[in-house]
Each structure stands twice: as structure tokens, then as C-alpha cells.
Design a protein around this ligand. Sequence first.
Ligand SMILES: CC(C)(COP(=O)(O)OP(=O)(O)OC[C@H]1O[C@@H](n2cnc3c(N)ncnc32)[C@H](O)[C@@H]1OP(=O)(O)O)[C@@H](O)C(=O)NCCC(=O)NCCS
Length: 236
Amino acid sequence: MPHLVSLIREDVATVMERDPAAKSRLEVFLCYSGLHAVWFYRVNHWLWNHRFFLAARWLSQVARWLTGIEIHPGAKIGRRLFIDHGMGAVIGETATVGDDVTLFQGVTLGGTGKEHGKRHPTIEDGVVVGGGAKILGNITVGKNCRIGAGSVVLRNVPDNSTVVGVPGHIIFREGKRVVITDPKQIADPLSEALAAVVTEVNKLRERVHRLEGTESGPEPLSAQLQQIMEDIDYQI
Ligand SMILES: CC(C)(COP(=O)(O)OP(=O)(O)OC[C@H]1O[C@@H](n2cnc3c(N)ncnc32)[C@H](O)[C@@H]1OP(=O)(O)O)[C@@H](O)C(=O)NCCC(=O)NCCS
């Protein structure tokens, strides 16, 4: 609580850095509902931790009426959270959000409705969650991940990954294009089919080579196919 003013200063500076639309500190202070919601949350979380549960919940409802953003006072949120636009964003009671996280409007850090105890996600430092994305259950989204707008994420995501789609699947990891082929890791029938086709093509190429009985290896792949094979990281 005594740090609230310095946290507010830091939050305003963060928005000036992250949002090219922000023109002045005063504008950010007055007009950014995402910041207002986080400032309410800081007070509410203090009340919650001091067992003023009803006051904390009631004030979080007031914050929701004013900002359109619902942050449960029991959630654990790090420094410099920026909720851009914000309307419809929901952060559940047992969610944990690290430092330097950005959420857009309509993001849900929620439960699946089936769990008890820790039932909301952990979002690690530096994550960006696109508009409308839903991250559900007691899962962890690793550092510096990017979650695409509209995704529904139901499984752990390793650091430095980009996830899109419903259900969410990884498309980039550590800057490299990824095709996930382990069905236990992420269910993506298209990726599985693609991996099966690639394996089959390789087998056929070997077979043709054997039948031709030539000394040299199989015909080299076309430059385009070669490039695609090299660019893709098949996580088998
Ligand atoms: C996921 C995201 C971070 C990826 O950005 P990127 O790294 O530049 O990736 P690309 O745009 O090159 O897209 C890579 C592939 O993912 C697909 N893709 C990108 N975003 C997607 C999304 N949200 N849902 C589904 N597929 C998506 C692209 O079509 C592309 O597919 P392809 O290679 O088969 O053509 C970005 O698209 C996104 O959704 N950002 C959120 C922004 C947001 O919510 N803004 C709100 C402003 S109000």
C-alpha cells in the first residue's frame, strides 16, 4: 500500500512505453481503464490479504462497474500489468500474473469449472495475451509467450512460444516455426497428418532409390521443399 503512488507512476510510464497511441502521462492517468482496474486491485488485494474479504469483493465489483474489467482480489499480480482497452477481461481468484504482462480486452484467465483449489492459470513474466483469448485451468504460460487473439489455451505452454487457435497450439517456439506432432502434448490432427505424410514420402523416396539401384542417393529435394523442411521444427 505505501508503494501505491510509485506503482501508479511506474504503470503510467509502462503504458507510455508499450502503447503507441498514448500521447501524454495525464491522458494515460485519466483515460486508461486497464490501469484504473489494476489500481483498484492493488487496494482490494491488500484488503483481501488482511481478511476484509467482503470489502475487497465489493470494491472489486465497483471496479468492474467502472472499468468493465473483473479482477478477483485474491489473484496474485506482479508489476507493470497493462490491460489494454480491457472491457470484458476477467482474472480469476487463484490466477497468478508475473511482471510486464500485457492483456487485451476480453481475455479470461479462468477455471475450467471442474477444479478446486488452484484452478486458474499462471502467466509468467513478459507474456502478451491477445484480445478475446481464454486461458483456462491450472496451467502455466511460460515467459515471453504470445497468445493469439481468440485462442483457447488448455495446456501448459513452454517459454518463448506463440500459440494460436482453438484449442490453442504452438506455432513458434524460440523464434522457429513449430509443427507439434506429439498428440499428448497438443492435439492437432492436421500436424499429425502432415508428419505422417512427410515420413511416408521419405520412405517412398528411399524405396524408389533402392528399386532404381543407382549408386548415388535419392534425387535431392526441390529447393522449395528443402527450405520448408529446414524451417519447420517437428516436435515429435
Ligand atoms: C498470435 C500473434 C501474436 C502472431 O503474430 P506473428 O508472430 O506476427 O505471426 P503471423 O502474423 O506471421 O502469423 C503466423 C501464423 O499464425 C496465424 N495466426 C496469427 N494470429 C492468429 C490468431 N489470432 N488466430 C489464429 N491464427 C493466427 C497466421 O494466419 C499465420 O498462419 P500461416 O503461417 O498458416 O499463414 C498475433 O497474430 C496476434 O493474435 N496478436 C494479438 C493482437 C491483439 O489481440 N490485438 C488487439 C488489439 S486491440
